[in-house]
Design a protein around this ligand. Structure first.
Ligand code: NZQ
Ligand code: ZN
Length: 386
């Protein structure tokens, strides 16, 4: 087992009434002015916005509204938020939304307390922020687990990069499954697939020998698969939405990563695809994963065979380890079709090969779980995804 240090800065309030509990306990001594940050308006339609405003006012807070954070948030939006936070002397940022709103706020929190440009700091000078405005997160769309880490995925339109930027961790996260009930089916499914992807990208990392983190990951993956099947029959099933909400947090709260070197190569490819196409994150991952795994599994046959048996329940009798590994990848691809996610980039309206070449030429390459990819192989994978 690899050595590790584990500690977590985010306090979780889960379940019915979690927002009221969190906001009445966590905002004392944080100053008067709260920036309430959200997306394109779903929180207003669902009533979550009014509810949160009510709790903030009860605490005597002054609210600075920051709206319009888009899916795949841009660095320009980060700058707009940071300028507003400085101008209004904001004391606390409350992100209310999905991964995009939460990520945008993590970097606003860092940019609001420095005159340095965060992008330049991190990617040119390799200096990482250590001071932030405090922030909390109220999750309305689960899947990314963004509320449980300090990495933000931001699109820099000038440099044409969508990549991870380090920022603030939320001091607390509100996970009330009722807040996700208005989420459309497409986003429920793609969010849950994102969670599955986080588990897989961790599971197939090193070490490959069976360990506690991987056994927990197997349980989380089975849970996501089971609950997605429940939801496909009845989207209103609150129990299944609750399970998926916690599974999403489990994917990114560090527990599955204990003692592991993770991979996240599929994510790197998808993020750069997002920089060029603004595509939906979970959908992009669904297309990439099976093709990517068919390219690399021979370097990690044991792990892929275990994945087939433990996650998909495939019987081992009469199969070589390699056949079992292949059956697991087929089960993943079949599941993607079963739950109505796209299996090709064509289904997502993406067909431009020249653009895919740029994606391959610019995406980050990780050390790799079973196999380190070359740019040519990344292009081949993307071409096969068409
Ligand atoms: O903008 P509004 O109107 O709120 O609508 C949003 C948005 O259109 C809508 N929505 C959210 N909650 C809703 C709702 N609609 C109805 N009812 C609700 N309760 O859902 C749409 C998508 O929201 P978004 O936040 O973009 O989705 P998601 O949570 O999937 O976040 C995606 C972003 O997170 C990044 C992705 O790359 C992408 O940019 N990720 C962040 C990670 C992290 N920080 O750890 C990890 C992930 O791997 C991922 O890369
Ligand atoms: Zn993801």
């Amino acid at each position: 087992m690899n050595d590790f240090i584990y500690s977590y800065p985010t306090k979780v309030y889960f379940g019915k009434g979690a927002a009221e509990k969190a906001l009445s306990h966590e905002l004392t001594g944080t100053g008067k002015t709260v920036m309430l940050a959200y997306g394109g308006g779903s929180v207003k339609k669902s009533g979550v916005y009014d509810e949160i405003c009510g709790y903030l006012k009860k605490q005597g807070k002054e609210i600075v509204d920051f709206s319009g954070i888009m899916p795949n948030p841009t660095y320009r939006k980060v700058q707009e938020g940071a300028a507003l936070a400085k101008e209004k002397k904001v004391d606390f940022i409350l992100a209310v939304g999905g991964g995009s709103v939460i990520d945008c706020c993590k970097i606003i929190a860092a940019q609001a307390v420095t005159e340095e440009d965060i992008w330049k700091m991190e990617f040119t000078d390799h200096i990482y922020p250590t001071e932030y405005l405090p922030m909390g997160a109220v999750v309305t769309a689960s899947g990314t687990g963004a509320e449980m880490n300090n990495g933000a995925v931001i699109t820099n339109e000038e440099t044409r990069q969508k990549t991870g930027v380090l920022g603030a961790s939320a001091r607390f996260a509100v996970l009330d499954p009722a807040y996700t009930m208005s989420l459309p089916e497409k986003q429920v499914v793609s969010g849950a697939f994102d969670t599955l992807s986080h588990c897989m990208e961790t599971y197939f990392g090193r070490p490959e020998e069976l360990n506690l983190s991987d056994e927990i990951a197997e349980a989380v993956m089975r849970n996501v698969i089971r609950n997605l099947r429940v939801l496909k029959k009845n989207m209103e099933d609150m129990g299944a939405r609750s399970e998926l909400m916690w599974a999403s947090a489990m994917g990114e709260n560090g527990i599955l990563k204990i003692g592991k070197v993770t991979d996240f190569q599929a994510h790197q490819i998808e993020h750069q695809l997002g920089a060029y196409t603004d595509c939906n994150h979970g959908q992009g991952l669904a297309v990439i994963h099976p093709v990517f795994y068919r390219h690399i599994y021979k370097g990690g046959v044991k792990q892929f065979a275990r994945f087939a048996e433990q996650v998909w329940g495939i019987r081992t009798e009469g199969k070589t380890e390699e056949e079992l590994a292949e059956a697991g990848i087929r089960a993943l691809a079949d599941f993607i079709r079963e739950i109505g996610l796209p299996s090709t980039l064509g289904e997502m309206g993406i067909s431009d090969k020249e653009m895919l070449r740029k994606v391959a030429d610019t995406c980050n390459i990780t050390a790799g779980c079973c196999k380190k990819l070359s740019r040519e192989e990344i292009y081949e994978i993307l071409e096969e995804c068409l």
